[in-house]
Ligand binder design. Structure first.
Ligand code: COI
Length: 356
């Protein structure tokens, strides 16, 4: 239905030789998908072209007022060599929710799927096959009007770039240490916390640097009003396994509705785990650690997959979770989720989209 013209590069780049050293988001493939938008015309010129820089006017809206949104998804190589995506339409649907909040145009999900499929056909050889690796896909939309007035741009560019990647955290599937940010806040209800807009991540950089200086990999954000309730970790949603329930903060507008979060909830429920989406204070977590009620904690995200949390620091107190090791439920959820994503396990929820 959508005919996407493809211009192949005449200068393909060498592919990474050692897939165990890919890191995250450092190398980019040979091609990218682009389409442009103009008010009154809609999206036009959907195309796959050689990967390369954009020429931008310094007065471009996105460079001043950050009217920008993005997504993160992955393409996996199965053992039989075939390729598959995980819930890609859910990512594009979430992008449209971000677009509405940021005053940007929605995309046609099937057109975006056609563009992504054409791009992945052109770059199929870039999808790595070593265990734990995948092709990370970054759909992005930017405002391109050349003007300094603060109002919605009339023109936009949507593009998709791809990066063969390994684990998001340098240590792979090993427990991470998390610092509960005591003062700075990421988002408040009514703001843009539920969107995937670059500004949310820019606002987290200072806190990330402070946490890193203190020896922690990530920042756990508390709610912006009372500074008590657990929200999210910027690159991951959070889950806490208490003796009788797996608890994750509810989607009240200030945290991202993760596709992986939703998948974990459904998988855990299908395993008979009692999952509760409810508000939880950081004090509750520290009390549960003391009473022995807290068994495991982990984060979830496309890049982070399922990431065990081994240490949590709040106001100069540190607790160790699961003895600093990967908890049994965390491991089971990781194995089941990645098993489905890589086509090694049955996909009872119909999440996988095969490309061949
Ligand atoms: C993802 O998990 O895809 C994300 O977008 C998180 C990221 C900022 C690395």
């Amino acid at each position: 239905m959508y005919d996407i013209p493809v211009t192949l590069t005449s200068a393909p780049k060498p592919k990474p030789q050692d897939e165990s050293k890919l890191g995250f988001g450092q190398i980019f493939t040979d091609h990218m998908f682009i389409m442009d938008y103009a008010l009154g015309r809609g999206w036009f010129d959907a195309r796959v072209v050689p990967y390369g820089p954009f020429t931008m006017d310094p007065a471009c809206t996105v460079l001043h007022y950050a009217q920008e949104i993005f997504e993160g998804m992955k393409c996996y190589r199965r053992k039989d060599g075939g390729l598959q995506l995980f819930r890609p339409r859910d990512n594009f649907a979430r992008m449209n929710r971000s677009a509405v909040r940021m005053g940007m145009p929605e995309i046609d999900i099937e057109e975006a799927m056609a563009g992504l499929t054409a791009l992945l056909r052109a770059d199929a050889d870039w999808v790595p096959s070593a265990p734990g690796t995948s092709l990370y896909i970054r759909p992005t939309m930017i405002a391109t009007d050349v003007m300094l007035g603060v109002h919605a741009s009339h023109t936009y560019r949507f593009y998709i770039i791809c990066s063969p990647s390994g684990a998001y955290y340098a240590k792979g599937l090993a427990p991470v240490g998390i610092y509960v940010e005591p003062e700075l806040v990421r988002a408040v209800r009514g703001g843009v916390g539920f969107t995937k807009t670059g500004g949310n991540y820019a606002a987290s950089i200072l806190a990330g640097a402070i946490a890193e200086e203190k020896g922690y990999e990530q920042v756990l954000w508390l709610d912006g009003k009372e500074n008590r309730y657990i929200e999210e970790v910027g690159s991951m949603n959070m889950f806490f396994k208490f003796k009788d329930a797996l608890i994750t903060p509810p989607l009240l507008g200030s945290i991202l509705g993760g596709i992986t979060r939703d998948s974990i909830i459904k998988l855990a429920r299908s395993m008979g785990v009692n999952v509760e989406e409810r508000r939880l204070t950081v004090q509750d977590v520290f009390d549960a650690s003391e009473s022995g009620d807290l068994e495991e904690a982990f984060g979830s995200g496309t890049a982070a997959v399922v990431s065990p949390v081994g240490r949590l620091c709040w106001k100069d107190r540190e607790i160790e979770i699961s003895g600093g090791k990967i908890g049994a439920l965390t491991q089971k959820l990781y194995d089941t989720l990645t098993g489905i994503q890589y086509g090694e396990r049955e996909d009872p929820f119909g999440w996988v989209v095969r490309l061949d």
